[in-house]
Design a protein around this ligand. Structure first.
Ligand code: SF4
Length: 253
């Protein structure tokens, strides 16, 4: 029986991988990473450190386009409700990978008890492929007793720098199209060049529509990133948290 762990470049999937290797052994385990080609440089350092720690090679798979190119090809405005990049660059690539394995095969995802409500969708989606089972190693009893950053540090590995910089994830270099205003402001303050790249793209490609929406005074209207840049000085980050800032993008739905 083959066990595939989907690594996102974040802490939780790294800890999930460790649990799978511990339970099933290296021989039976495949570590897999879907590259959006829009990642933070330090994510690759983290994956290399994991390879050394686990004594295994991580399989990298990339469709060859970035999330913005996915949006262009599909003529959509990428946002929390329309994140085709997550589907095309991660979920579909993962399905391709799973179809190539002899069955049965188990796909392990790094969702934990805080995200248990998210486990239903990937389970039903991937288990449509005959012989595929989806499992969640972070839900195995006993639960991991420490914070994941402490677990990873206990391996002698530095946690990905985006966490140290305050980001809640290590996806797409902090510029996830699903995130809310709070994380965009964080991106602007940390990596202004990344922010401006997306802001420029937004003006050039979305024909008057925007990635973010303003809901000021209960009225919904487009909020362009260059407009948010002009007003971001008015905000403290803790004023801006919205539901979109609490999301997951691995190869889950
Ligand atoms: S992290 Fe965000 S931008 Fe990147 S692939 Fe996932 S949904 Fe798209």
């Amino acid at each position: 029986l083959r066990h595939v762990v989907s690594l996102s470049g974040g802490l939780s999937s790294a800890v999930a991988a460790s649990r799978v290797i511990h339970r099933y052994g290296k021989e039976a385990t495949t570590l897999w990473f879907a590259d959006t080609l829009w990642e933070d440089e330090d994510l690759y350092r983290f994956l290399e450190d994991l390879e050394k720690w686990f004594g295994m090679t991580i399989v990298h798979q990339a469709k060859g386009i970035t999330p913005l190119q996915v949006a262009e090809n599909n003529h959509i405005i990428p946002c929390n409700f329309m994140a085709l990049c997550s589907k095309e660059l991660k979920q579909w690539e993962c399905k391709k990978l799973l179809k190539g394995f002899e069955k049965p095969v188990t796909l392990h995802l790094g969702l934990d008890w805080t995200e248990e409500h998210r486990t239903i969708a990937p389970k039903s989606a991937y288990e449509q492929i005959k012989g595929v089972i989806v499992d969640f190693p972070l839900l195995w009893i006993p639960f991991e007793p420490w914070d994941y950053d402490k677990v990873v540090e206990s391996w002698g590995i530095k946690i990905p720098r985006l966490y140290k910089l305050g980001f809640s994830h290590n996806n797409c270099g902090g510029r996830c199209v699903r995130q809310g205003a709070k994380e965009w402001v964080r991106l602007y303050r940390t990596f202004p060049e990344r922010y401006r790249e997306v802001a420029k793209w937004e003006r050039e490609h979305t024909k008057g529509r925007s990635i973010l929406e303003s809901r000021k005074g209960g009225v919904e209207k487009p909020l362009f990133l260059d407009e948010l840049e002009m007003t971001q000085g008015e905000y403290k980050l803790d004023m801006l948290g919205v539901v979109e800032d609490h999301y997951a993008c691995l190869c889950s739905y």
